[in-house]
Design a protein around this ligand. Structure first.
Ligand code: ATP
Length: 230
């Protein structure tokens, strides 16, 4: 909180043909914190995540960065190469980011260091052999290979057992402590309020509420916004 903006959206609207997924989004993302974007199915989270990441250009409005920011997206569903080993998944991310040789080995070591020991000791196993939570962690670790300052994680809790959700979110929140700016897209408001420093509530492509989970009046406002009440 109080940190410098790393990214701003101004009047961002995105249409897929006749479908308006986002409508007039103004948003400032501050450095080194966890921002949660919460909303029901179809609220526009994935679209907003891709725009924040920079891989999707909105049909209207601006994404501005005070200075260039290296960003990584962990897509919904993780998109791992299931038959490749854990290490190979990390290597592929290195090639995609243009990182090779000694530098790649050092980044893989760092990413492995971030993973829990039970994954770190199984770098040679196929990704498919990991549990759902471990695969989610691998997907985040893979995003870290590019040494991003901004990481957007799309629904990290999807399909995970509750105990693993806490572990996955705990490690994602740890990235912010290391100065990485984290945006998580999340369906559950209670979870967003637990994990984030700041929460943005999206309903049908519009931001209905923004606030801090530390503000005692925010939860009620956020819940109303989640369901589209003004
Ligand atoms: P979910 O939790 O289901 O992934 P979401 O909050 O991430 O939902 P988006 O995936 O951003 O929401 O979708 C917002 C709206 O845009 C929805 O109405 C969706 O059907 C529509 N949409 C998303 N992607 C496309 C696309 N490629 N083509 C057409 N419509 C799309």
């Amino acid at each position: 909180a109080g940190a410098e903006p790393v990214l701003s959206l101004t009047g961002v609207t995105h249409r897929y043909g006749g479908v308006t997924a986002l409508d007039g989004i103004d948003l400032v993302v501050r450095g080194g914190a966890v921002l949660a974007v919460v909303g029901a199915n179809g609220a526009g989270k994935s679209t907003l995540g891709q725009i924040l990441h920079g891989s999707l250009t909105p049909t209207a409005g601006e994404r501005t960065v005070p200075e260039p920011v290296r960003s990584s997206l962990v897509p919904e569903g993780r998109a791992l190469f299931r038959s490749l080993s854990v290490r190979e998944n990390l290597e592929v991310a290195g090639y995609a980011a243009g990182v090779k040789g000694r530098e790649l080995r050092s980044r893989i070591d760092d990413a492995a260091e971030w993973l829990p020991e039970r994954v770190r000791t199984r770098l040679g196993l196929p990704a498919a052999a990991l549990s759902g939570g471990e695969q989610q962690l691998l997907a985040v670790a893979r995003a870290l290979i590019a040494d991003p300052r901004l990481v957007v994680v799309d629904e990290p809790a999807l399909g995970l057992a509750p105990a693993l959700v806490d572990e996955v979110y705990g490690r994602i929140a740890g990235l912010a402590e290391d100065g990485v700016t984290v945006v998580v897209l999340e369906q559950l408001l209670t979870r967003a309020l637990t994990v984030a420093h700041e929460v943005v509530v999206l309903h049908e492509g519009v931001i209905g509420a923004t606030g801090s989970p530390e503000d005692p009046s925010f939860a009620v406002r956020a819940e109303r916004a989640y369901f589209g009440a003004s």
